[in-house]
Design a binder for this molecule. Structure first.
Ligand SMILES: [Zn+2]
Ligand SMILES: [Zn+2]
Length: 585
């Protein structure tokens, strides 16, 4: 019988607990849920688990699995449960809580190990893979996640239905570690972090070029598609966020500071409130709609320091935002236009994606009817575009002011990331009393769409570095080409080539083509190696032969080399790669 992977993972957690009990009979058990890619179990014992124990535990687990032990469930009353778990303080705490909540007390026994657990599990350990799991690590974890409680030892295990699936996962993990943007970003000279400004990156010249190219492209593309860009304050008085509802719903994630008791300020955590203020600055009529305001302003959001993660999670970031004011009959058309834009972007970066609809959270604003109406419209759009099964649903994950579509990107390693989002909002325009004059001269409340494509420019850069393993397309590369003369005799020729390249008329975020010369005293091999390490797309190599024939040799970062290339042909090719934003070099 085949079981869902979560069930296999959770059953393996019991097997690991049984194995640990055999090896360390005095151990106290906390709990062991299935997680993404595996499971963990929390133990309390004076013994310190270390990597040296992993193999022993795995071996014991295999023996237990081989024995085809059954997972037997029993429902017990409180007295019986207290007897069974008399020596297990953590289980005692759970069972008293479950009992107080009126829950049945369900216990599962596998071999000599009995656990308090709702189940379900596999029927027998013969349904479990013998070699589809591997202990990853051991780490401290507080009982119930509360730092006031005792620190337990959590053993993490990667677990899959088969050895093949586990091996594929481990290989992917290895590749992901190599591509980690926190390593390759600094190695490529793009950005770095310093402990004196945690969560706020320093973009070095190369990284700032990537950033500006991403931004310029976004800005131009949206201007062509009916958006206009504006700039608004990075800090506002708290009253603005009281009106928007952020003060009540989002304050914990905001950087707040005081001038005096009457003047409390906050750094903008999102640009919606300021976009609304700008919308209201002048009277609007139905002629003005859709009113598409784009901005990539700096935003500040507080995170627990443990949640900070390279460019993926920072305190400070530029979100490529847009706020679109529409009338109700425009929802479908505007959503389709936005999805068109998203499709264009994802194709450009060769990213797969799917869309998830996030529905009403518990902490919502407004009335349920309006929420239902909005969710119905969004579902209809998704069904029309992607079919009944072409999208996912995330229950209760909407923003507090409305449901949203989240764009889930799938990178080249098959990992999923949430990037863009399209949020429908019936609430904020009401909170701010936004209006437009309709065809009949009546005042109406517009609907607001909040949307991003990249998500955050920095985070997107990090994602691209991992997705493309640092091999950015030519248009995003901080250096388009490096010129390497073979000998001193060829330097004058090399200079003339550099000059011609620098004179090429082309629009980029910098002053035309980005050309470097490597006239250092390093060996030829070393120079090529250096350029490859920096992922520079092209190396222009000139020696006596090239000088004589007035051509160039072009070596690409993937190692392919072409000889006798006319400089003009190279320039034409480079221009078209940049202009078309080709992914391949
Ligand atoms: Zn269980
Ligand atoms: Zn917004």
């Amino acid at each position: 019988m085949s079981y869902p992977i979560e069930l296999i993972r959770h059953s393996l957690a019991h097997v690991m607990a049984a194995a640990v009990q055999k090896l360390h009979p005095d151990v106290k058990f906390a709990g062991g849920p299935a997680i993404e890619n595996g499971f963990y179990y929390d133990f309390d014992t004076d013994y310190r688990f270390s990597e040296e124990d992993f193999e022993k535990i795995e071996k014991e687990m295999r023996e237990l699995i081989k024995s085809n032990g059954r997972f037997e469930q029993k429902i017990v009353d409180l007295d019986e449960a207290k007897k069974i778990f008399a020596n297990q303080p953590y289980k005692m705490e759970w069972l008293n809580e479950y009992d107080a909540a009126g829950e049945k007390l369900s216990i599962y026994t596998f071999r000599d190990f009995t656990d308090l657990c709702r189940g379900p599990h596999v029927e027998s350990s013969k349904d479990l893979p013998r070699d589809g799991f591997k202990i990853r690590s051991v780490a401290g974890a507080y009982w119930k996640g509360d730092s006031k409680n005792k620190m337990l030892q959590r053993i993490y295990v990667d677990a899959f239905e088969s050895k093949e699936a586990l091996d594929a996962f481990l290989k992917m993990q290895e590749e992901a570690a190599k591509r980690d943007h926190r390593k390759i970003g600094p190695a490529l000279g793009l950005f770095f972090f310093d402990e004196r400004s945690p969560g706020v990156p320093y973009y070095m010249p190369g990284g700032w070029i990537v950033y500006r190219e991403l931004y310029n492209f976004w800005s131009e593309y949206h201007e062509k598609h009916g958006y206009f860009e504006f700039r608004s304050p990075l800090m506002n008085k708290k009253e603005l966020y009281e009106t928007s509802g952020h003060w009540d719903h989002y304050k914990d994630s905001m950087f707040v500071f005081k001038e005096d008791d009457n003047n409390v300020f906050a750094l903008a955590p999102m640009s919606c409130p300021n976009s609304i203020v700008a919308y209201q600055h002048e009277p609007r009529s139905y002629h003005d709609l859709p009113w598409r305001m784009a901005d990539a302003d700096m935003l500040y959001r507080y995170e627990n320091s443990g949640a900070l993660n390279g460019l993926f999670r920072t305190y400070e970031f530029n979100q490529d935002d847009a706020h679109i004011f529409i009338s109700e009959d425009m929802i479908e058309d505007e959503y389709n236009r936005i999805i068109d834009i998203i499709q264009y972007y994802y194709k450009l970066f060769d990213m797969k994606y799917f869309i998830k609809l996030s529905t009403r959270p518990d902490d919502f604003m407004g009335d349920i009817e309006t929420w239902n109406k909005a969710e119905t419209i969004l579902k209809k759009i998704l069904v029309n575009r992607f079919g009944n099964n072409g999208f996912g649903i995330k229950e209760k994950d909407g923003a507090f002011y409305g449901p949203k579509l989240d764009i889930q990107m799938v990178d080249s390693l098959g990992r999923e990331w949430q990037t863009g989002t399209i949020q429908l909002d019936f609430q904020l325009p009401r909170n701010f009393n936004c209006v437009y004059i309709d065809k009949d001269g009546n005042k109406k409340t517009p609907i607001l769409i909040h949307r991003t494509v990249y998500g955050s420019l920095g985070r997107f850069m990090g994602l691209m570095l991992e997705h493309l393993a640092g091999k950015l397309p030519v248009w995003l590369s901080p250096v388009h080409a490096v010129i390497i003369p073979i000998s001193d005799r060829c330097k004058v020729y090399a200079d003339s080539i550099a000059e011609k390249l620098q004179d090429v008329e082309i629009k980029t975020a910098t002053a035309g083509l980005r050309i470097k010369k490597d006239y250092s005293s390093e060996s030829m091999q070393k120079k090529i190696r250096n350029a490859q390490l920096k992922q520079i797309p092209y190396m222009i190599i000139v020696g006596d032969k090239e000088l004589e024939s007035q051509t160039i040799s072009v070596r690409r970062r993937d190692g392919k080399q072409e000889f006798n290339v006319q400089l003009d042909d190279f320039i034409q090719n480079l221009k078209s790669k940049i202009k078309n934003r080709d992914l391949d070099i």
